[in-house]
Design a protein around this ligand. Structure first.
Ligand SMILES: [Zn+2]
Length: 295
């Protein structure tokens, strides 16, 4: 058993315990990552204390999507996505397609993905990536579920493929958006949603996003940690282990609100409303109950 009091002090120093003024939805949490296997319940407790009440667990392949569904069935406020990440596109085959299609019928699964194109690392060849992505666009069209998209250094091709499929698919979010203004406006012109992570808190590579965040309409903007990856670099204290987690989402929202020049509470409220509509989440009584006082 985990002692919640220990978990707060050991894993999240007091200086990092920040409660969002309005409930948040973390639309990209990789909680099936091995780094969360020993203390998941503490991670969920800390999320609740930070007023991060709803988590969308990213399913990046069959195994992780099935694990995400199992967690969503076990804990209130958790939902899953099911897809094959572009890194793993070389594994795509008929049995994967069938498994995904079955998962998309599960009531805990709220999006098709993570899927898309990553020409930065090319762990699968671009051809394999396009093939697996095209097949998953087809599954999204079939199921009517929204899409959770990954794109890195592949904005042009991503835009072309989505343009072709736009009338057949439903809503789609480009998660962890890090590209330039033209790419952003190309996506917005396709009526896509945008997910922002702590990338913009990174003074080495996230500067350009600061001028872009105001271009994203609030009805298109959602927030995510992409944990355990992408620990924000604007945190006021060191974090042992450097593992990012949902309880840190309010720091990202605060940073985005700053660069948009708007109150944090308003941004939190707007991104939550957008996420609830996008993922078609039921009323808040399925959410983790926030434990902190609203400011
Ligand atoms: Zn991704």
């Amino acid at each position: 058993m985990v002692d919640p009091a220990d978990s707060f002090d050991d894993f999240l120093p007091q200086a990092l315990q920040r409660c969002s003024p309005s409930p948040l939805v973390d639309i990209g949490a990789n909680l099936t990552h091995a780094s969360f296997s020993s203390d998941l319940e503490s991670v969920l407790l800390r999320a609740r204390a930070a007023n991060v009440t709803t988590l969308i667990l990213t399913g990046t392949d069959r195994e992780h999507a099935e694990q995400a569904v199992a967690l969503a069935e076990r804990y209130p406020g958790l939902y899953a996505t099911a897809g094959v990440h572009p890194h793993d596109a070389s594994q795509w085959n008929a049995s994967q397609a069938q498994a995904m299609s079955d998962l998309h019928r599960d009531p805990s699964v709220v999006a098709v993905g993570e899927c898309g194109l990553d020409f930065n690392r090319n762990f699968s060849t671009p051809d394999e990536q396009e093939h697996a992505f095209e097949a998953q666009l087809g599954l999204a069209a079939e199921s009517g579920l929204p899409l959770f998209l990954h794109e890195r250094d592949a904005g042009k091709r991503m835009h072309e493929m989505l343009h072709t499929w736009r009338d057949d698919i439903n809503d789609a979010v480009v998660h962890c958006f890090t590209a330039d203004r033209d790419t952003l406006h190309g996506y917005l012109d396709l009526d896509l949603h945008i997910g922002l992570t702590g990338w913009l808190c990174d003074e080495r590579r996230g500067h350009h996003l600061r001028e872009l965040v105001s271009d994203i309409p609030l009805t298109r903007l959602m927030v995510e940690t992409d944990c355990p990856y992408l620990l924000p670099r604007n945190l006021p204290a060191k974090l042992k282990g450097r593992r990012h987690e949902p309880a840190l989402l309010p720091w990202i929202v605060r940073e985005i609100a700053h660069w948009r020049g708007m109150p944090e509470a308003e941004l939190a409220e707007a991104t939550t409303a957008t996420a609830r509509a996008f993922f078609r989440l039921a009323s808040t009584n399925h959410a983790l109950t926030p434990e902190c006082e609203e400011h």
